[in-house]
Design a protein around this ligand. Structure first.
Ligand code: SAH
Length: 252
């Protein structure tokens, strides 16, 4: 059996209980060495074989998994954050399907949640924005044209931008071209939940400058939109004293 496990954003106690249990029972662990906290490997049992996927191709990952399977043993493929975002898990699942190897996915805490926690922020403020666009700038991996940053910026919703900390000048230009004012609030969160976490609140126009000041070039999320300000929102209906819900009778 193969388990794709979300390791969480960095802090070793932000893996799920299920993920930790799977890790402690695994015979083989293949972890994404670029971003998974190596401290999590302490959870593995004696004799567990550990591979760093940052040094491997997809074929090599599958080959290790397949030979583990032939021995009747269990592999944990440990991905950063939650495997469903920029995790390259589909291609692994397809190759396992081809080989009739069973797998299961254990979700994890994505870095976009850890970044909101670092900023003490709610991404969805009533009357400010009720939507979160999770995207990235095109790099070596292309992004479909209809999903350009500028196209999403036209909605002026909350945006969480992955994998783009090294191209903040271009990101600012695309955000502004798409419809955000240069003084729209923005934030940079570096290594959310790690001991070296840093967060900076700035504006769409000053992203590059602020990241340079802090020496941030990678492992960061960019959050953009009026919600970053965390003011000028309407109170929720759910907790309004006058509002009746399925569970509670309102006062009026
Ligand atoms: N599956 C992961 C994302 C993998 S893509 C998740 O759910 O979080 C890798 C990108 O995620 C990095 O380039 C960075 O933009 C972001 N990232 C991952 N961990 C991070 C963290 N602890 N703090 C800030 N950004 C992080």
């Amino acid at each position: 059996m193969v388990y794709f496990v979300g390791a969480g954003p960095g802090a070793p106690d932000l893996i799920t209980v299920r993920g930790k249990n799977l890790l402690s029972r695994a015979d083989v662990v293949i972890y994404a060495g670029s971003l998974v906290n190596p401290q999590l490997l302490k959870e593995t049992k004696e004799g567990c074989r550990i591979y760093n996927s940052a040094l491997m191709t997809l074929e090599e990952v599958i080959q290790v998994t397949e030979s583990t399977e032939k021995e009747g043993k269990t592999t944990v493929r440990l991905h950063t954050g939650d495997p469903c975002l920029y995790g390259a898990v589909r291609e692994q699942m397809d190759m396992l399907d081809d080989r009739n190897i069973a797998y299961e996915i254990c979700p994890g805490v994505s870095s976009f949640g850890a970044a909101a926690a670092a900023l003490e922020m709610e991404y969805t403020l009533p009357s400010v924005s009720q939507s979160v666009v999770i995207t990235r700038m095109a790099g070596r991996t292309q992004v479909p044209d209809r999903e350009s940053v500028a196209a999403f910026a036209a909605h002026r919703s909350t945006m969480v931008i992955f994998l783009s900390a090294g191209m903040l000048g271009r990101l600012s230009r695309e955000l502004i071209e798409g419809g955000y004012e240069p003084d729209t609030p923005a934030a940079i969160v570096y290594k959310a939940s790690w001991p070296e976490e840093k967060s900076v609140v700035c504006t769409v126009g000053t992203l590059k400058e602020k990241a340079e000041e802090q020496g941030i070039m990678k492992t960061a999320l960019i959050i953009v939109g009026d919600t970053v300000r965390q003011t000028d929102y309407e109170r929720s209906k759910l907790y309004d004293p006058g509002f009746t819900t399925e569970y509670r009778k309102g006062s009026e």
